[in-house]
Design a binder for this molecule. Structure first.
Ligand code: MOS
Length: 711
């Protein structure tokens, strides 16, 4: 039942700086406001742009009336598809901006006013009139949509459907079963740093782009061909990013708009700052997802059947098939298993990766269904999970590299006081009903690739890699890792990240940054020492790349965790408050406990926010997100978040790389809404399966209950 932990085979890693609780090296810059975000890089004599966006949900542009806008003082030019630079073909239709007179969704960028001031640009943009040949738009999710289809692949490369054994027959035979629908709404990343950019077009010399990017190297590889430029002609600068969560993982339309506008007024730089409202249409979101989960267990509480049927929305402009079925395939074993994925194509903006895409919605539903089935079996939900801990990855039939879920659950139960948990609706104080809930978390390893160059100069090791720091601590932890890889004090390391012309390093995404980049740094350091020894000459250098071993490929590799939530539910208003939370993680070696803890509680906070608050309301008559600002789109505030407790079981996982660090960026959010839903059930015997868990849903559940529970 417990996972076997393998000894690192050839791991010569000795931690000195790694593992230390080191405050962020960029901390002083951050708190004094001197760490430049994209919009803050000093450029000479910039012009400002403001987007012109569609007011219809679908159609053709017949023409623009620009007279009033052009008359505004300070307007330099107006960019539309009629005068935009011709882009080269790209795989992403989202990037083919202003190339055709077509409208694909409401709020789509159709052009921009370029002006001397942001105010003139904004005012003039409001005066632009667009004449459309409007066509009926369709933005309403229907499970029986006539154009419903099965995608060829889901994100991260998986198959849309899987069938192992006979799930339907197993469900029929199982003495204990559950069968329920779940749903999660459109959600928005809402990073603290808005999407913004500065572009400068210097003719033959190329283009400079200051942008908020989760991977400047990866962005250059996508954007240079789009502009018809050699990669070295596009310089991308992104040293500090104020949160990304996936929305800054790939470039979106606003970045392309800034590049196109800069071309119009070259060599003048142009600056774009999106309004918060514009974020709800132009930089991606998590799509609306509906699921049906059926589980079956035998008399002893062993899973016999797992069936998950997912239907999710996608944009007609650009397919996005969230991998909601992925975690179901590796979490638990059963003789009969089935997962299916169907997409409903709508006239919506393109969706994108949002913190733990796939794992977040998938585990939200699976871990509530597990709680329901535990109850049906008459078992404690932790005991039920322990009984269903698989020996090997049920889908890949590979051993897990390190899977300490059992240890996370048992340690968490002890620390949280699980033993004192009462039955549903048995703990009351005045109007408040208290409950405890648990849920598992997981996030997969993604096979990464990065390069790193180390140059010895001026008595420092310059460690160059196109990594990104989204506010996560990458500047700090990569310096720690480089110091140990070279066996020198951290002061001898000069880290260089956040630029597209550094050795390509993939994304700060998929929770792979730390294990990918430290892998490349490790191998560059080995190469450097082999070539130049302990006392290198000035100007010596060496390169290294991430090594993905064959042995690693023979293991199923994941981060794990267990969330414990205590909630109180008001019988009067239906309000849910999270009063306590503890999460225990199996995330391999912890490179820096301070930044790691911060990452975990960030994920947990986002999970609580998704559980209780976050929901976009789509007016399907127009294809408009109605609550497109922070007054209407609610995000947890400080008062909504209790002191969050985090613990971890630190067993380095050698198959993630030389340091043995696993991914920590996304696992923190996975399963949190399930832990909260399960706690709500334990508090008031109301089972909630539709995010977010707002008071109306609680009250509706309470109203259906027996008199004994009512006020
Ligand atoms: Mo994360 S959604 O992979 O940036």
């Amino acid at each position: 039942m417990t996972a076997t932990v393998e000894k690192p085979a050839q791991n010569t890693f000795k931690a000195k700086s790694v593992g230390q609780d080191i405050p962020r090296l960029d901390g002083p810059q951050k708190v004094t406001g001197t760490a430049p975000y994209a919009y803050e890089h000093p450029v000479k004599n910039p012009a400002y742009i403001f987007p012109i966006v569609s007011t219809v949900g679908r159609g053709q542009i017949k023409g623009f009336d620009l007279k009033a806008a052009q008359a505004v003082e300070g307007v330099l030019d107006i960019l539309t598809h009629e005068n935009a630079y011709k882009l080269q073909p790209s795989r992403s239709a989202e990037l083919q901006l202003l190339q055709k007179p077509e409208v694909h969704y409401r709020g789509e960028i159709l052009g921009a006013v370029i002006a001397e001031t942001p105010h003139a640009a904004r005012h003039a943009a409001s005066l632009v009139r667009v004449e459309y040949d409007e066509q009926p738009q369709d933005t309403k999710f229907r499970p029986d949509h006539p154009e419903l289809y099965t995608p060829k692949k889901i994100n991260a490369g998986g198959e849309p459907d899987s069938h192992r054994g006979d799930a339907q027959a197993a469900l029929k035979d199982a003495p204990h079963t559950t069968d329920a629908p779940f749903s999660s709404p459109m959600q928005f990343h809402s990073a603290m740093e808005p999407h913004s950019a500065i572009a400068e077009w210097h003719g033959e010399e190329g283009v400079t782009l200051y942008d908020a990017s989760q991977g400047a190297g990866a962005w250059r590889a996508m954007l240079a061909p789009l502009l018809g430029l050699e990669p070295e002609k596009l310089r991308i600068v992104s040293p500090f990013v104020g949160g990304g969560f996936g929305s800054k993982g790939v470039p979106h339309a606003p970045t392309v708009l800034t590049l196109l506008a800069a071309q119009r007024v070259s060599p003048r730089p142009v600056k774009l700052m999106l309004t918060r409202q514009q974020h709800f249409f132009n930089v991606g979101y998590r799509p609306e997802i509906h699921q049906r989960f059926r589980l079956g267990a035998d008399a002893g509480g062993k899973l016999q059947a797992i069936a998950q049927n997912v239907t999710e929305t996608t944009s007609k402009l650009l397919e996005f098939a969230e991998q909601t079925v992925s975690p179901t395939r590796m979490m638990y074993a059963a003789p009969g298993r089935e997962t299916t994925t169907r997409l409903v194509p709508l006239d919506l903006p393109p969706a994108t990766f949002m913190r733990a895409p796939g794992e977040f919605p998938g585990m939200f539903a699976l871990e509530i269904a597990m709680d329901e089935l535990a109850e049906a079996c008459g078992l404690d939900p932790i005991e039920f999970r322990l009984r269903n801990e698989p020996e090997v990855d049920p889908e890949k039939k590979l051993p897990f590299s390190v899977r300490l879920l059992t240890a996370c659950l048992t340690r968490g139960a002890e620390k949280f006081g699980w033993e004192g948990r009462k039955g549903p609706a048995e703990r009351q104080e005045g109007e408040w009903l208290y409950g405890l809930g648990v849920a598992s978390a997981t996030y997969p390893h993604h096979k990464p690739q990065a390069g790193c160059k180390i140059v010895y100069q001026d008595g420092k090791y310059h460690v160059q890699i196109a990594a990104a720091d989204l506010g996560t601590g990458a500047w700090t932890i990569l310096s720690q890792a480089a110091a140990d890889a070279l066996d020198v004090p951290m002061d001898d390391i000069q880290l260089e990240i956040g630029q597209g012309d550094l050795p390509a390093a993939g994304l700060a995404g998929g929770s792979m940054g730390t294990y990918n980049w430290t892998n490349a740094i490790w191998h560059a350091a080995q190469a450097f020492r082999q070539a130049h020894g302990k006392k290198p000459a000035e100007g010596t250098e060496a390169e290294g790349r991430t090594v993905n071993t064959e042995e690693a490929a023979e293991h199923s590799k994941h981060t794990f965790g267990a969330h414990f939530a205590e909630v109180k539910v008001s019988r009067v208003t239906g309000e849910v408050r999270v009063t306590r939370m503890l999460s225990v993680f199996d995330a391999g070696r912890i490179v820096n406990p301070r930044t790691a803890r911060s990452q975990f509680i960030g994920g947990m906070t986002m999970g609580i926010s998704a559980a209780l608050h976050e929901e976009a309301y789509l007016d399907t008559r127009f294809g408009q997100v109605v609550n497109h600002d922070f007054a209407g789109y609610h995000i947890a505030a400080h008062a909504d978040i209790p002191a969050l407790d985090v613990d971890w079981i630190e067993v380095p996982d050698p198959h993630f790389g030389p340091l043995g660090a696993k991914g920590i960026g996304e696992v923190g959010i996975v399963g949190v809404p399930a832990a909260i839903s399960n706690a709500i059930y334990n508090a008031c015997a109301v089972r909630l399966r539709h995010l977010p868990f707002t008071p109306d849903k609680v009250l509706e559940g309470l109203a259906k209950q027996s008199e004994s529970l009512k006020v």
